[in-house]
Ligand binder design. Sequence first.
Ligand code: 4NP
Length: 157
Amino acid sequence: MAHTKVLFVCLGNICRSPLAEAAFRQAADSAGLDVAVDSAGTADYHVGQPPDPRSIEEAERNAIDIRHYRGRQLSEDDFHEFDFILGMDKSNMRDIARRDPGNGKAHVAMLLDIVPGHEGREVGDPYYGGADGFRRTWAEVEAGANALVAVLIDRNG
Ligand code: 4NP
């Protein structure tokens, strides 16, 4: 099956996109898909930093260790390197578009746009809330991850 490269993008790369990366890696592994997965932030606030402790805890609750993940910023190269670039909210999509060199290969979309019935919905920023926000983030990125697995299985037939 074709090797597909997927990049998840949020603002800081410490809350939502690391969880999306973890959820998709797990879903793709379970489905036996050959993928490369990464995440990035549109901002440079947390470059080199580990995920937010609440994301680490939420991943742990789902039996995934993300403590070694490190923040990085979205680059123009990413549009040439990745097959899919998936943002979490509309603000991310504007920032991604601003950085898009326009001649890359990546399909760019908002994550929940690929979840049937959830088109147009955002994975909200849980940064300023409590742990329940991170549970919700997990549920949303997991739905996105499963939908993307279905898309890739379809595509690779
Ligand atoms: P993320 O959440 O975009 O899901 O990683 C945020 C993390 C940090 C900040 C904002 C959102 N911040 O303003 O530092």
